[in-house]
Design a protein around this ligand. Structure first.
Ligand code: ZN
Length: 164
């Protein structure tokens, strides 16, 4: 009985690993086209190219829909350059959210209040901020007064992000 579950688990891990490696297309990126489960433990730590990932990383890659470029960027930030990137053990989910927030330079008042919440906005609204007429990177409206995300105390804008 238990053996059936373990066989099914190992098979699922190997299928996900194969899809993962195929998706990253390591050969095209000039990485070694060679991989193995460390210690032969299927579903443990996978070694490929110059990278080591856990089974959880492989699952999250698909769960949070990272592109191959984003995966290697996350890997560099989180594992390879952990001392200079300022990150450590950031999950792919959080990393992606942070990356999207970092791409926001200008925010309109409406989006700022929405992301920060009215109560917090009233608390920080007494500070000095500089506004200019421009495009809001969150709602994409043009010719509206915008200011920097720090004037709203860097809230999470990602739930309010609109495309173009
Ligand atoms: Zn806006």
């Amino acid at each position: 009985m238990m053996n059936n579950y373990i066989t099914a688990y190992n098979s699922a891990c190997n299928s996900l690993k194969n899809k993962f490696l195929k998706s990253l297309d390591c050969k095209k990126r000039g990485h070694y086209d060679y991989s193995y489960w460390v210690g032969g433990e299927i579903g443990g730590v996978l070694s490929f190219g110059d990278c080591y990932v856990s089974m959880n990383d492989i699952v999250n890659y698909f769960k949070y829909k990272l592109t191959p470029d984003e995966f290697f960027e996350w890997y560099d930030d989180n594992v390879a350059n952990v001392e200079t990137s300022g990150y450590s053990a950031i999950t792919m989910k959080e990393w992606k959210k942070d990356k999207r927030n970092r791409a926001i330079s200008w925010v309109c008042r409406k989006c700022g209040i929405k992301a920060q919440g009215e109560v917090n906005f009233l608390k920080t609204a007494t500070g000095t901020s500089t506004w200019h007429e421009g495009k809001c990177d969150v709602c994409k409206r043009k010719n509206v007064p915008v200011t920097e995300p720090r004037d709203f105390d860097y809230p999470d804008f990602t739930p309010f992000l609109k495309r173009k």
